[in-house]
Design a protein around this ligand. Structure first.
Ligand code: SAM
Length: 195
């Protein structure tokens, strides 16, 4: 999407080889192999030189990584100063612990969402200034409600169930409930690496 929208070269990583295989296949299908590269890698130990990239994003991954200090210091390390880092992530809400299972974790053993305040501290501590912070919780609830209404009527041949498994409706319902009850929040955060 980044390569197609901005005409840039893009490098994607994930710890799970299947995600990387699918990313390569999808990129091939849409003719973007020249502009994209995908690698199995750990976001807390990036296999890239310092100041390699002009921009970076994480999408729904921070809440699966315990070591936020390393996650965000690695993002800062591989970015050039003055460049942007965008995050779309699940945060801990202020109204009680998240109820499991949810789409990113069946139990708390692989789930590490932090509060908005802790997120601010991690990002600024890693060398980023926060330019914009959008609370996307209401939009997320609306999306989940619409998706559930559609999926309850008919499961499409291609869809989230292929990724999440047969109980995907329960997982989505739980996420919606967590968002509604203030146990979880969705945030889109745009930052810039300090010079
Ligand atoms: C909820 S999934 C989201 C996947 C994808 N980013 C998306 O938005 O569809 C979380 C992903 O984080 C990946 N992950 C967990 N720990 C990681 C780490 N230390 N480094 C890189 N990826 C990691 C998992 O393999 C999983 O694919």
């Amino acid at each position: 999407m980044l390569a197609a929208s901005f005409g840039c070269d893009a490098v994607g990583i994930d710890l799970t080889p299947e995600y990387v295989d699918v990313a390569r296949t999808l990129s091939e299908w849409v003719g973007l192999t020249e502009r994209t590269r995908f690698e199995v890698a750990d976001a807390t130990r990036l296999p890239f030189e310092d100041a390699t990239f002009h921009a970076a994003v994480t999408q729904h991954v921070g809440m699966n990584i315990a070591d936020k200090t390393r996650l965000y210091s690695e993002a800062a390390r591989v970015l050039q100063p003055g460049c942007m880092f965008g995050i779309y992530d699940v945060l801990q809400g202020g109204n009680g612990q998240i109820r499991y299972p949810v789409p990113w974790a069946r139990d708390p053993s692989i789930s590490f969402p932090i509060s908005a305040e802790a997120m601010r501290q991690h990002l600024t501590g890693a060398g980023f200034n926060i330019l914009n912070w959008r609370n996307c919780t209401a939009a997320g609830i609306q999306f989940i409600d619409q998706t559930l209404a559609k999926l309850r009527t008919k499961t499409p041949s291609l869809g989230l169930h292929l990724l999440l498994g047969d109980d995907f409706l329960d997982l989505l319902e739980n996420l919606g409930a967590n968002l509604r009850e203030g146990r979880a929040m969705l945030a889109e955060i745009i930052t810039v690496k300090r010079p």
